[in-house]
Ligand binder design. Structure first.
Ligand SMILES: N[C@@H](CCC(=O)N[C@@H](CS)C(=O)NCC(=O)O)C(=O)O
Length: 203
């Protein structure tokens, strides 16, 4: 099997951190999405969403969407980390917080970045005002995340789960990509971010 990736992009880093946590190494094929390597007919025939990361199995079948790829490895690796949750309640909390972090945080942040910078204007119409509004929505979401982390050791649970990987990618993206001073403004996010950053898988 192999993973097609553009290593530095948030969605690929998300999968890489998950695999690091499980201690799994998978061969990578580096492509350049900025240069449009994902826009070829050959790549689009493999990836339903036309994006990276993309996992190709030995039988030639493929899985895209980073969470689906993580789920695949979580199932085949027989690990004891239970990054998608242990109990029924914890699994539901993981699902709930994962969607909240993705919809209100990560993907809203992506919309902000893509529309403010026009980085992909060779393949989509960029609307600056939508980017600005999306960035506002990210700003509005951050206090909610900070409050959650004032009352919980990790985002979805009192222990580390996949949601912390997604939230870590989101906070780093907001801080560096969107230039929002998250860590300076939100002490509970900062406490949690430092804790997650210190994990061996994140080095
Ligand atoms: N929901 C997808 C998002 C994938 C995604 O947006 N990948 C970006 C890199 S972070 C990409 O391939 N961008 C190239 C493009 O939009 O053409 C996932 O989680 O895998």
């Amino acid at each position: 099997m192999k993973i097609y990736q553009t290593a530095m992009t948030p969605s690929c880093r998300r999968v890489s951190l998950f695999l690091n946590e499980l201690g799994i190494e998978v061969p990578r094929i580096e492509i350049n999405v900025k240069e449009g390597d994902n826009l070829t007919e050959e790549f689009k025939a493999k990836a339903v969403n036309g994006r990276v990361p993309l996992l190709e199995l030995d039988d030639g079948s493929t899985i895209c969407e980073s969470v689906a790829i993580c789920r695949y490895f979580d199932e085949i690796a027989f690990n004891d980390k239970s990054l998608f949750g242990i109990t029924t309640k914890e699994k539901a909390d993981v699902e709930m917080w994962h969607r909240i972090i993705e919809f209100q945080g990560l993907y809203t942040g992506f919309q902000a970045f893509r529309n403010l910078t026009s980085i992909y204007d060779d393949r989509e119409t960029c609307v600056y005002e939508w980017g600005a509004e999306s960035k506002n929505r990210v700003r509005e979401f951050l206090p909610q995340l900070d409050e959650r982390l004032a009352n919980s050791g990790y985002v979805a649970s009192e222990r580390f789960t996949i949601v912390d990987i997604t939230a870590y990618i989101f906070v780093g993206f907001a801080q560096n990509g969107l230039e929002i001073e998250v860590l300076e403004q939100y002490p509970n996010i900062r406490r949690w971010f430092e804790l997650v950053s210190s994990r061996p898988a994140f080095q």
